[in-house]
Ligand binder design. Sequence first.
Ligand code: URP
Ligand code: ZN
Ligand code: ZN
Length: 472
Amino acid sequence: MTDDVLIQNGRIVTAVDDYVADLLVRDGQIEAIARHIDPSPTMQVHDASGLLVLPGGIDVHTHMEFDLGDAQTVDTYETGTRAAAFGGTTTILDFALQGHGQSPKHALDQRLALAEPQACVDFGFHVILTDINPGSLSELPDLINADGVSSFKMFMAYPGVLMVSDGDIFRSMRAVGAHGGMINLHAENGEVIQVLIEEALAQGNTSPKFHALTRPRIMEAEATHRAIRLAELAEVPVYMVHLSAKEALDSVVEARDRGIPAFAETCPHYLFLSIEDYDRPGFEAAKYVMTPPLREHECQHALWRGLRFDDLQIVSTDHCPFCFNENPHGLNKSKQMGLGNFERIPNGAPGVEFRLPLLFDGGVNQGRLTLNRFVQLTSTAPAKMFGMFPRKGAIAVGSDADLVLFDPNQPQTLSASTHHSLVDYTLYEGFHLLGKVAKVFLRGQMIVNGDEWLGQAGMGRYQRRAASGRIL
Ligand code: URP
Ligand code: ZN
Ligand code: ZN
């Protein structure tokens, strides 16, 4: 039993509400919200005057300790979730990758054992399916209903590594859809992209910019359209991860207009950065090598518009932190692997700590998003989409007291020299933003107070989730 927590005079902002009130937390949950709640001597009291009180952020796309064989992301579950907390994220959904010949359930159990003692915020997993056969498909009902994994990711890209065939995607979709699950897809036409990569390298085009030039927007659009059509036939909700191209968004919009349960997320890097970042001098552009690549400015405009009008439902980070220089796993596992050959640059970029402040400043302060929509995109929709609402994603009596006190008037400058991830760079170096996380509570316990870390490794709890993709 912990002390009650009283948060006074905060401006409580949810996906629909906006009012000033006091909020009482008891045993990790929200106990009461009222215009005034009398403090008692046993309460821990926080004055939130002038601050926004937001439901804790939920980032549904992270890659902690992601092992791609010759490259591994540098954040552990401990360092990555602590960085998430400093940025106002109190729940992450990461990935359990089924290896070839491995059972999906075994992949989940391994990840759980790795994450549980380390996690500083609540967490869950999507299972990545790579080896689809009668045995692995037979495990899906139990994974969904007993283990609470209601979303499964597959790759239409990275042939020979992670890519699965359309037939296997379709088989998995049917099995997952029949039991309340949702399919997440990395949508790019992997085989065609491979042809373009081989052509580029044969012509001596080895620099990081060719990562972008060999992954054209229409190959993302083609795969997005194909994925949605397969899902339509299989009768399963489908969620497009890290959508970047205007043409891919058009496919999602077309399907949604027809009433198909097709959903999509985008990521801050597609909103704030562009293909021009690959023109940075030397090997600097390797920092921006993620998949899909950064796109032209017209895509940024389309994505902001999509966020505003619910064509896109969620902003996640795809936090995939490969070091630029030498890292604790050795030089050969950093971005430097790709010097002289863009195909060898580990694909992925960090961002878990900056999602809320970036979206607040670029969205709310710039008049692109309302405050309510900002909360919807960063917390409430993720909770609903992935079976965690109303325990998460809400400020309501009975919900987990995952709360962010956010100062809308506090300026900050983003930098790798002050961020909390182990990675040695940020895509947003020197960005000046207005709005900063002041305090973070995980189930009622204050874990961040300004620059101070008050949480512990292992305090994050595994989230068994209900059905995904059903209740938006
Ligand atoms: O480049 C990326 N996005 N790396 C992480 C793996 C993925 O495709 O999501
Ligand atoms: Zn992906
Ligand atoms: Zn990813």
